[in-house]
Write a protein that binds this ligand. Sequence first.
Ligand SMILES: N[C@@H](CCC(=O)N[C@@H](CS)C(=O)NCC(=O)O)C(=O)O
Length: 292
Amino acid sequence: MNTYLIVAGCVLAVALLAAVFYFRLVSAFTGNLGKRRTNPATGNPGDTIELHAVFLPVPGCGGTASPFTTKIEAYLRMAGLPYKNKSSDLASSPNGRIPWMQHGNQQISDSRFIVRFLHNTYGSQLRTREPQDPVDQALSTTIQRLCEQHMYFTSLYHVASTPDGRQQAVKMFGSMASWPMVEVLTRAWSQGRTTQLRYQGVLTNSHEDINLLIAEDLAALSALLGDKTYFLGPQPTVADACVFGFIQTHTHGLDDTALSRAVKKHQNLVKFADNIQKTYFADRLEKGLKLD
Ligand SMILES: N[C@@H](CCC(=O)N[C@@H](CS)C(=O)NCC(=O)O)C(=O)O
């Protein structure tokens, strides 16, 4: 009787611990608000650029799974600024998001403020030249916000909340852990992200309507690009780095998904991403991802 009670107590304690662990994971994936902080505007150009992120490689792609991180890597490469990749996690990020940058003794979070910081710090040393014309500048802002504040969430819906995306999540976590942890991470990630999308608003729409929104965003990008190599002129700008960050896993990832099929309807976007991969990520494609 006593033994029976002890075994039952142990089983209950383990189940309770497992449930607490699982719900902490879900809450971590629902989104960490981080600290609200004002980013430094400029730094010392002699300092090393350390890019901190969770670098999850995606077979076939120059960048990694995080679109905001790929945006910054593409921008640094286009601008000709050497940098080091540092593997990090969300908990060590100053604002609870990736990527973030360590520059000398300063930390800069949020890709928009990282770009502003690089601009102010390196100025004419940058190989990229952002547009001078106010309408082109407005287009650059519009393109970036479209990707970051809309396409990010509609894409996340596909990856986190549809069976198609589940397969991708399993692969993503498969590069970090083994079964049964992959199963636990995938479930917790999907549950956390789905809750995040419910608060964000995307999940107030049906699957069909979300797909219509995705098709409209991609058609808009495709029309803006037309038959040009880059969105805003003969040289790449941050808008190109940003679009690349958000479409490369769909244009070049090896999986055939609803998103990859939607993007591939626009062959000019595929050609655009292909050119950026070949021009700026050839080393990565050849030698793989290098982390310090
Ligand atoms: N506005 C931020 C967004 C960065 C962001 O949301 N990054 C994602 C990864 S791609 C993240 O850290 N998500 C963690 C979370 O939502 O908890 C930026 O431009 O850098």
